[in-house]
Design a protein around this ligand. Structure first.
Ligand code: DO4
Ligand code: MG
Length: 277
């Protein structure tokens, strides 16, 4: 099933039907038993006649008061790209080491109020000349640390800033319009298959400029491992979202421009579309 956050409340898509949930986003999403409880809830409801139109017209980012965190260098492709971008300043070794280390790289990406949703604008920093989107499967985790669902995340990144010095990572990663999520949270009955595909497309002036794909089987770490480290010494009252890293990196001569359309599709979840402001 899929949960959409809309201006008219939380809408559940299940099979061909759309249903209105009782309660706010935070309460609904922070439920270890969400799959079964939601099925029970909708079993006594009649579907909304205009459900699909509602979610198309009134969509919000699928977030309430959750923080967004992100994982780094979980794919070999990310390790390779980061080593290259920071080799001249001696930073390359850090990315190699974290790829193989027991402790994963986890960083704070965005508070909810700074996140944008499907159809909203993402931004590139004005003090950066090399910017890319990062298409990432994003975990929805409850306050008890249980992974209950998945959304699509775009971890917008300023590669020249992080490449200048790894200590600049928070500035390269966290700014207005840097985190996009949506369009829904997908709640499956069980874990996602390892061949779940992630596809990135960048469209400029109506033409496809870049496309690339990967699958979640390429991620070096288990999702439970990433969530386990995140929750070790940090509590999340409302649960949280955790991006799982990028495995698609455009070539080094590519940078985003104003007006570019970024499309990220993940099997079963859907497509997150954002324009660069
Ligand atoms: O260490 C830099 C950030 C890595 C990252 O965001 C990723 O691998 O997706
Ligand atoms: Mg990333």
């Amino acid at each position: 099933m899929k949960l959409y956050n809309t201006t008219k409340g939380v809408i559940i898509e299940q099979g061909n039907g759309f249903y209105l949930a009782e309660g706010d986003w935070d309460t609904i999403i922070n439920n270890d038993n969400i799959y079964e409880d939601t099925l029970t809830l909708i079993s006594v409801q009649t579907p909304l006649p205009d459900g699909r139109e509602r979610i198309q017209n009134e969509l919000l980012p699928p977030i309430g008061n959750q923080e967004i965190w992100a994982s780094g260098v979980t794919y070999f492709r990310s390790r390779e790209a980061r080593m290259e971008e920071s080799k001249d300043v001696g930073g390359g070794d850090f990315y190699d080491r974290v790829y193989y280390a027991e402790r994963p790289e986890l960083f704070f990406k965005s508070p909810a109020y700074r996140a944008v949703g499907h159809g909203q604008k993402v931004r590139i920093r004005r003090d950066s000349k090399w910017n890319v989107p990062e298409p990432e499967l994003t975990l929805a985790i409850t306050s008890s640390g249980k992974i209950i669902g998945y959304t699509i995340g775009n971890d917008m990144s300023s590669r020249d800033i992080e490449g200048e010095n790894p200590l600049y990572l928070p500035q390269a990663k966290s700014y207005d319009g840097a985190a996009a999520i949506g369009p829904c949270v997908f709640i499956p009955r069980g874990p996602l298959p390892k061949d779940t595909g992630i596809r990135l497309e960048i469209i400029r002036d109506g033409a496809l400029l870049f496309s690339g794909e990967t699958d979640i089987g390429q991620i070096k770490r288990e999702f439970s491992e990433l969530a386990g480290y995140l929750f070790r010494e940090t509590s999340f009252k409302y649960g949280c979202l955790l991006m799982t890293g990028t495995g698609v990196v455009p070539p080094d001569d590519f940078t985003l421009d104003h007006g570019d359309e970024i499309r990220i599709s993940i099997s079963q979840i859907g497509t997150l579309v954002n324009i660069v402001e």
